[in-house]
Design a protein around this ligand. Structure first.
Ligand code: NAD
Length: 292
């Protein structure tokens, strides 16, 4: 495949996505504020550059995978951002999870200088990023979606255009709300079962065969049971997403009582220093609540 990708943000997700683009045949120039973040990508032919303009100037498409809204604002509106140095291909796809309202605002600013911005957040976790099997929900203009599609196909298998600018982020926030409540439900079930001396790995297997089966029980269940808190999707990032959900719900307004409760549990985990650990560390809250 031919095409030049400027890739911004080489964290847990971004580095795998950039590698899949390179392995699909695209030329990838990548930048991360942490200069060592891209070290492992050089063997795949990815050029690691030292500033944003070097990554984006000659790109047919710019893709970002950054933590939160302020970092995406910086990429767009900062001194060396896309508004100052627009990419040659006039197409920018932000795949981070950020506020839908901010997305809309940034997309309008870019549109004014002829650059199309799509919001294309993802679901599927580090495993999906590694295997190129992410679910990608895209908001923005239909023509931009068509132009971005071949690149997105290198990173994901389920690709849907869900509406205008910001719609991808709104759908992703709905995804996160369901994931957060589901993780909380699994924590409660594991805590109850543990107190009654149930064999937890066996219970997980049994539940996966019935109507309580879920992605979270399947993928995070083993780490929760073993107390392995190593990061994949960090507690801090889920807390960020739940905050975005609650902010979006205040705008209209829509009461989301279960989300509010789960956000408070995530805060509890953060307060006890679990922020940099993976989401399965939410179960640590129950270690303290139950004295186990
Ligand atoms: P991460 O923190 O591992 O990676 C973010 C990267 O961006 C870091 O390497 C950081 O140094 C870099 N960065 C920060 N500011 C920058 C800037 N101004 N310019 C260039 N690089 C900058 O996060 P992640 O887990 O890869 O997640 C990225 C996004 O994807 C988040 O919005 C997250 O909510 C979302 N997401 C994560 C997962 C997951 O399972 N980890 C799943 C789906 C979606």
């Amino acid at each position: 495949r031919s095409g030049v990708v400027g890739f911004l943000g080489l964290g847990v997700m971004g580095r795998e996505m950039a590698r899949n683009l390179a392995q699909a045949g695209y030329t990838v120039r990548a930048f991360d504020i942490v200069s060592s973040a891209g070290d492992a990508l050089r063997p795949f032919g990815i050029e690691i550059v030292s500033d944003i303009p070097s990554a984006v100037r000659d790109a047919d498409i710019v893709i970002s995978m950054l933590p939160d809204t302020p970092q995406v604002e910086e990429i767009v509106s900062g001194l060396q951002g896309l508004l100052s140095v627009p990419p040659r291909g006039k197409l920018y796809v932000d795949m981070s999870t950020i506020a839908p309202e901010a997305t809309r605002r940034l997309s309008q600013a870019l549109q004014a200088i002829g650059v199309t911005m799509l919001d294309a957040p993802v679901s599927g976790g580090p495993i999906g990023a590694k295997n190129g099997t992410l679910t990608i929900m895209v908001g923005g203009d239909a023509d931009g979606f068509e132009r971005a599609t071949p690149y997105l196909r290198a990173m994901g298998t389920t690709l849907n255009h869900v509406g205008a600018s910001g719609a991808g982020q709104t759908v992703k926030l709905c995804n996160q709300l369901i994931c957060g409540i589901n993780i909380q439900a699994i924590c409660e079930a594991l805590a109850l079962a543990r107190a009654w001396d149930i064999n937890l790995p066996q219970m997980r297997e049994v539940l996966l065969g019935g109507s309580a089966a879920s992605w979270m029980l399947d993928k995070l269940g083993p780490a929760m049971i073993e107390g392995d808190t190593s990061a994949g999707f960090r507690i801090d990032l889920m807390m960020k997403d739940l905050r975005l959900v609650l902010e979006a719900a205040q705008k209209h307004p829509v009461p989301l009582p279960a989300t509010a409760l789960v956000a408070s549990q995530y805060q509890n985990a953060q307060a006890y220093g679990e922020g940099a650990n993976g989401n399965q560390a939410l179960f640590k809250v129950y270690d303290r609540l139950t004295g186990q």
